[in-house]
Design a protein around this ligand. Structure first.
Ligand code: IPE
Length: 250
């Protein structure tokens, strides 16, 4: 049983304060991870570490930079957050190790992502918990662009043959038009009205892009809030379950 878990950047950082870890939230998340039993790959987002530097340099998943100061600022901030997450996990006895996507991943001229995952699979097999993060990637024709944690989750889930995928963000699940949590999504049409229709290019942050990407996976996934992280890691399916595997194509 292998689980891929995304911790949203706004779950573990103070989003309004540049480069500030939300220590209580990170401690609670690390406690929940330490209590889990599955093999685990963790991916965390940028929160107040990545996003404001990316905005300063005008960098997104499609708009790149060749400015080495920009690369240093964005990647450097993400490495500092990654170290904080890895340290919090190690302090609780989790064999967490850092894996930096910028060192290995790339996009072609069409923006398609290639993420080598051999080291992640070997680390898992050796009993480690690899901890990746939203980062920059080399991008042909653009310099360096952002790779979101959500994109990494999709690549990793397939590469490690994940049995479960969890996306922990600040909302308790995918919300319908009334603001209630949708229990189960089997096709995008189930939530298209609530999520604003086709939003296929939204790969960093938006719920529509998350849902589309998670529907494409072979494994079921759950979208839930921080209060449900322990339940997810204990094997429950809190929040919204996204599972197209049993659904008719439509
Ligand atoms: C963003 O990662 C990484 C950078 C800005 C460098 P995510 O898009 O996964 O971050 P969150 O979860 O929305 O904060």
């Amino acid at each position: 049983m292998t689980t891929v878990l995304k911790l949203g950047g706004s779950v573990v950082t103070e989003k309004a304060e540049p480069e500030t870890v939300d220590e209580d939230a990170l401690a609670a998340a690390a406690d929940a991870v330490a209590a889990g039993t599955d093999d685990l790959v963790v991916v965390h987002g940028g929160g107040s570490f990545g996003h404001h530097h990316a905005a300063d340099y005008g960098v997104s998943t499609t708009q790149g930079t060749h400015d080495v100061a920009g690369v240093a600022a964005i990647h450097g901030a993400m490495k500092r957050l990654n170290a904080a997450v890895v340290d919090a996990l190690q302090e609780r006895g989790v064999p967490a190790v850092p894996v930096h996507p910028f060192s290995a991943a790339s996009r072609d001229a069409d923006g398609a992502l290639t993420l080598p995952t051999g080291q992640v699979r070997t680390l898992l097999g050796e009993g480690f918990v690899p901890v990746l993060h939203g980062d920059l990637v080399a991008h042909e024709g653009e310099g360096a662009t952002v790779v979101s944690g959500d994109e990494l989750v999709v690549e990793l889930a397939t590469a490690v043959g994940a049995t479960r995928v969890g996306v922990c963000s600040t909302v308790p699940g995918v919300l319908d038009e009334d603001g209630d949590v949708v229990d189960r999504i089997e096709a995008f049409a189930d939530v298209a009205a609530a999520l604003g229709g086709s939003d296929a290019t939204d790969v960093s942050g938006g719920m529509a892009g998350k849902v589309r990407a998670l529907l494409a996976l072979d494994s079921p996934s759950s979208v839930f809030g921080p209060e449900a992280l322990a339940a997810f890691l204990a094997g429950e399916s809190p929040g919204t379950t996204i599972d197209s595997t049993g659904a008719e194509p439509r």
